[in-house]
Write a protein that binds this ligand. Structure first.
Ligand SMILES: Cc1cc2nc3c(=O)[nH]c(=O)nc-3n(C[C@H](O)[C@H](O)[C@H](O)COP(=O)(O)OP(=O)(O)OC[C@H]3O[C@@H](n4cnc5c(N)ncnc54)[C@H](O)[C@@H]3O)c2cc1C
Length: 591
């Protein structure tokens, strides 16, 4: 059975020593003192370790079963769902006006990491509900909000997003699902959606589908798409559940991973739907859900890396093979634990330095979201918008790679089922695909986000990095080990940005390098995060901390990232500067 240990200590370090959240001016942060966050993280960690993690292999083995139109989730899921609901975890960061606890998004991210590491397939039911909740809250009428939000926040009703159709996933302008206006102001929705996560299940009393469809006679392509609320059970005026709506699960996908999550074909047969937001502006409204989901998927990527790494370390401390080349370390045993070998350590440090950097990146991004929402700060909103494709694309690519590295640490035991590593690899793989493939994230980054606010947002990012370096370069150790490498990497990013500006007339040049740009950007962000963490650890050591080992470990892990991982920016830059010729020369027939 795989292990999972909630990383509450590292989270507390990030929240209080690095981000210093209780000193922040963001409304609500003043309540987040050390004891308070320790209590929340402690409780969430207990559920993750004791309830969700043991169910992870069960969900993988059993999967979901469809019988007579009803999807049965794996054994134990319903009880765990009830426990999450009773504990108020589903509405942790939701609006108190509708029954939520009103905690900052940051705390939702911290607890979310634990829930995803321990059981990603299970957590998706709740994750999709949260996205649907946010979309209705942002775009719904008062009546829609009053009808749907309290039940969704409580977890009595769950949510989905219905975008994909058999002939279109990326290019949603092609969707065929129709929405015909009715005299009472509602719509009849007809069409088939596929691969709908949490589309049907037995854990909630009602399922609220958010469905993209076209109203006949509207504009062609994406400009003619509207968004609709389609409940599984219609809701009576008094709030009780009414008739079954014309939406049903037509099949479950057999798939590589996340077996515990029902991936459904959803048939809409003249189902009653209610317009959400403005007519023909469905994509805009859906972007509320997609942006939130993209950040959530970025979190999924590294969170799978976290649990995979923990299991790799446990194995490496225990497995005896070969002897340390510099001298025997375990004289009483037949061999030394494999953690003595430089190549195993390299492998483990690639995992460790990524997951700790990624956690900081997601917390830092979550704080930015809180600033954008709670302070109505347009600059923070623009910055997180710029970073969203980086968080989604880079963290899921590297998160998946981390699970594979962890699998490698276990040798043959990583490939067989018992240790659980192969499940983490399979589960992590989807994060690179859904919510817009990572290729599409890179197009979004280069095609749309670079030019955001006339390029002011990316310039603000460079200024922020420059400012951090300048403000801290008096510290010799921080400068040589962290700030100098960060400066070089950031210069590579700026040079790549300039390359795109200078080659704007040739879109193939930008698009041939967009994926490398996304990774280059991701590395610079993680370099910046390690700079922040190193600063906090050096300060703690200089002040005489009681936890010297923690901070020395943090610094050594950060140095590994800065010296062994961050130089990848030069390779990405070289690829970008090679332009479109290496990519575009072959005729399609010659592939
Ligand atoms: C397990 C699972 C769960 C899912 N959950 C949901 C859900 O809850 N709701 C929902 O609506 N959908 C869901 N999806 C669908 C998912 O979001 C899509 O699979 C994804 O967006 C990609 O679309 P596609 O599969 O049609 O690939 P395609 O659009 O066919 O793309 C195929 C390949 O071509 C590339 N490509 C396409 N267009 C371009 C372009 N213009 N430029 C460069 N490259 C391009 C893509 O990057 C990709 O590599 C789920 C899918 C899976 C497998």
């Amino acid at each position: 059975m795989p292990i999972y240990n909630a990383p509450t200590k590292d989270m507390q370090f990030l929240l209080h020593d690095v981000l210093k959240i209780s000193e922040s001016d963001i409304p609500g942060y003043d309540e987040l003192d050390r004891d308070f966050t320790a209590a929340i993280l402690g409780e969430a960690g207990k559920i993750a370790e004791q309830v969700l993690a043991p169910l992870n292999p069960v969900g993988d083995e059993e999967g979901c079963v469809l019988a007579n139109g009803v999807v049965r989730t794996p054994k134990g899921f319903k009880e765990a769902y009830d426990q999450m609901r009773d504990g108020g975890w589903m509405g942790l960061d939701a609006d108190p006006e509708y029954g939520g606890q009103g905690m900052p998004y940051l705390m939702g991210s911290a607890t979310g990491e634990m829930f995803v590491s321990s059981n990603m397939a299970f957590n998706m039911y709740q994750g999709l509900t949260h996205g649907a909740y946010s979309t209705i809250r942002a775009h719904g009428t008062d009546q829609q909000k009053a009808t749907f939000l309290p039940n969704m926040i409580e977890g009595k009703w769950s949510g989905t997003m219905n975008l994909t159709e058999p002939h279109c996933g990326t290019d949603l302008g092609l969707i065929r699902t129709k929405a015909e206006p009715q005299d009472d102001g509602s719509y009849k929705i007809t069409g088939q959606k596929i691969w709908i996560s949490a589309g049907e299940h037995d854990m909630a009393d009602n399922i609220i589908h958010l469905v993209l469809a076209k109203i006949p006679g509207g504009p062609e392509g994406v400009k003619g798409i509207s968004l609709f609320i389609v409940p599984k059970f219609l809701v009576n005026e008094d709030g009780t559940l009414g008739d079954r709506n014309g939406v049903s699960c037509g099949g479950l996908e057999k798939k590589m991973g996340i077996h515990g999550n029902a991936t459904c074909v959803m048939n809409h047969d003249g189902a009653t739907g209610y317009l959400l937001g403005e007519m023909h502006k469905g994509m805009r409204a859906m972007f509320t859900m997609m942006n939130e989901a993209r950040l959530g998927v970025g979190l999924q990527g590294y969170a799978q890396g976290v649990v995979a790494y923990q299991n790799a370390v446990a194995f490496a401390q225990d497995r005896l093979q070969g002897r340390d080349v510099t001298g025997v370390k375990n004289p009483d045993g037949p061999a030394d634990p494999i953690i003595v070998h430089p190549d195993v350590r390299r492998n483990l440090l690639m995992q460790k330095s990524f997951v700790e950097g990624a956690r900081m990146f997601v917390f830092w991004g979550a704080e930015m979201i809180d600033r954008a929402l709670r302070c109505e700060d347009a600059d923070a909103d623009a910055m997180i918008s710029l970073l969203t494709p980086v968080i989604k694309g880079f963290l899921t690519d590297m998160g998946f790679e981390t699970t594979v590295l962890a699998q490698q640490t276990l040798g043959g035991s990583g490939f067989t089922r018992e240790w659980g590593l192969e499940q983490f690899v399979r589960d992590a793989r989807i994060t690179m695909i859904y919510e817009g493939t990572n290729g599409i994230q890179s197009l979004d980054l280069v095609g749309r986000k670079l030019g955001l606010n006339g390029g002011k947002t990316i310039m603000a990012f460079f200024e922020m990095v420059k400012g951090f370096i300048k403000d801290n370069e008096d510290h010799a150790e921080l400068k040589s080990d962290f700030l100098d490498p960060l400066k070089a990497a950031s210069k590579d990013l700026q040079t790549a940005g300039m390359y795109f500006m200078q080659n704007m007339k040739n879109p193939n040049a930008a698009l041939s390098g967009s994926y490398d740009f996304m990774h280059l950007f991701g590395h610079v962000c993680l370099g910046l995060m390690w700079g922040h963490m190193a600063k906090a650890s050096l300060a703690a050591l200089e002040a005489g901390t009681a936890d010297e080992e923690f901070h020395r470990t943090k610094l050594a892990t950060g140095r590994f990232y800065m010296t062994r991982q961050l130089p990848a920016t030069a390779v990405h830059l070289a690829r970008i500067q090679s332009g479109d010729a290496p990519v575009m020369t072959l005729d399609a027939a010659n592939f």
